[in-house]
Ligand binder design. Sequence first.
Ligand SMILES: CC(C)(COP(=O)(O)OP(=O)(O)OC[C@H]1O[C@@H](n2cnc3c(N)ncnc32)[C@H](O)[C@@H]1OP(=O)(O)O)[C@@H](O)C(=O)NCCC(=O)NCCS
Length: 189
Amino acid sequence: MTEVINTERLTLRPWEDSDVDFIYDLYSRWVVQRFIGTEPAVMASRSEAVERLARFQAMDHPVHGIWAVTRKEDGLPVGTLLLKPIPASGDEPLQPSKDIEIGWHFHPDHWGNGFASEAATAVLDHAFASGLEQVVAVTNPANEASQSVCRRLGMEHQGLSKKYYNAACELFLVSKPAATDPAAAEPAV
Ligand SMILES: CC(C)(COP(=O)(O)OP(=O)(O)OC[C@H]1O[C@@H](n2cnc3c(N)ncnc32)[C@H](O)[C@@H]1OP(=O)(O)O)[C@@H](O)C(=O)NCCC(=O)NCCS
């Protein structure tokens, strides 16, 4: 069951049947789709949105998730946040690797508010609190907005990589923060 996550301005929750129109509105836009996948294409029909919703709802894992990101003040959906195994490059159909990726797709009406960074920060906290040791993110080399999100999250740029998705992507990595040892912070007497 996808865990509900709250931040200062957002609630990340499981997808509901009533979200289908939002999914269609989001993924039928070229500005959203242009850097997603090896052959970017917009969603062309509402029935595709129904299928996508079902795929999102089928994610059932204690740690991984595909969340609907909603605005706390009025419940409005603003985007998608993903934490899931990333497909390794190889023969089609691609198989999930052991590495976990974080990803974000937001509606352009809500860009420029820090929502993607706020939601992703909370999902990384959840990932590390749940025992993950590291999380990766990949972006199209031209997707500067997404690379900026990675940097805001403190993810380290690893350079161009062909390790995932049968594509050359900019790879970012973040490791679980080291636990602070309170004793180490004590001043020596
Ligand atoms: C990638 C994407 C999520 C980035 O969205 P975004 O709104 O720019 O990202 P953030 O949530 O980090 O917001 C940062 C922006 O909000 C501004 N901002 C405003 N209030 C803010 C706040 N309280 N906190 C942080 N940033 C704030 C920042 O200044 C920054 O604006 P700038 O880019 O003009 O400098 C968005 O472009 C998108 O969904 N693209 C389509 C899908 C896509 O490509 N996904 C990635 C696939 S790899």
